[in-house]
Design a protein around this ligand. Structure first.
Ligand SMILES: CC(C)(COP(=O)(O)OP(=O)(O)OC[C@H]1O[C@@H](n2cnc3c(N)ncnc32)[C@H](O)[C@@H]1OP(=O)(O)O)[C@@H](O)C(=O)NCCC(=O)NCCS
Length: 225
């Protein structure tokens, strides 16, 4: 039963269910859930293998990746967090996962598909952080807040973003799609799509646009407005 519940969570397709078709769709989902969950896990493993040249097989990745273990537990704790009365249990389970993996992901954080944390240790992801799809993160990254108020206070990270080891992204800043954030950088302002941000505080450059200002103007005229 618990396994069935977990697989439902991992499948993440509850929102697609029309409320008027509840009975039949629940049966349908129960039947499909294990297949969907297996598909998601395989997708996570394949994406992680592509990004970690030190690992050769799905089995090795599944058994020896604390980053993936933390993400899989987070999918469960996030589901618990959104259920009435589930918050304390979610926090306790996430603290257990932190003790085992070295990765602290608050159950409230919203994380997309194919998220991979390489090495894992020392990562902290705050309650109101939002992370898109296909994000790669290394050890020691903080997605932290700069406010003590109960408001959106953590970063929003787009799709296809890479965040280097030890980088700190602080406050409710927006990190655009395809951004690369350098190891040990400190980001406290928005980073536009396609940029590379490095240093303390981070400065921004656009690698695929070249250095020629004439070329830059045609690639993104908005830069000159
Ligand atoms: C930011 C990053 C993506 C840039 O990659 P790149 O585009 O290939 O960068 P380059 O090597 O061409 O360097 C461009 C410039 O940025 C500087 N730079 C690169 N990374 C930097 C960093 N983390 N902090 C500060 N400056 C950095 C380089 O010294 C170079 O400066 P220069 O033009 O004055 O010589 C990459 O350096 C990085 O930090 N990746 C994270 C990798 C990581 O965390 N690995 C952990 C594996 S365990």
């Amino acid at each position: 039963m618990a396994l069935l519940r977990l697989t439902k969570v991992l499948s993440g397709d509850r929102a697609a269910t029309p409320p008027d078709a509840r009975g039949r769709s629940t049966q349908l989902r129960s039947a499909q859930a294990p297949k969907l969950a297996r598909g998601r896990i395989r997708e996570d493993l394949d994406w992680a293998i592509e990004r970690d040249p030190a690992v050769d097989s799905r089995l090795e990745m599944a058994l020896a990746s604390p980053g993936l273990h933390a993400i899989w537990v987070h999918r469960l704790t996030h589901w618990m967090w959104t259920r009435p009365g589930g918050r304390l249990a979610a926090r306790l389970l996430s603290q257990f996962a932190r003790a085992v993996t070295g990765v602290e992901i608050h159950p409230g954080a919203q994380i997309g598909r194919r998220f991979f944390i390489d090495h894992g240790m020392g990562v902290v992801i705050g309650e109101t952080a939002e992370i898109g799809d296909d994000v790669l993160m290394y050890h020691g990254v903080t997605l932290g807040g700069r406010s003590m108020k109960h408001v959106k206070r953590h970063p929003t990270v787009g799709n296809n973003v890479t965040i280097g080891a030890g980088a700190r992204i602080l406050g409710p800043v927006h990190i655009g799609d395809r951004v690369q954030i350098g190891a040990n950088s400190v980001v406290v302002k928005d980073v536009p799509a396609g940029a590379v941000a490095t240093g303390v505080p981070a400065t921004i450059r656009f690698p695929d646009m070249g250095q020629d200002p004439y070329e830059l103007m045609f690639k993104d005229p908005a830069l000159w407005i």
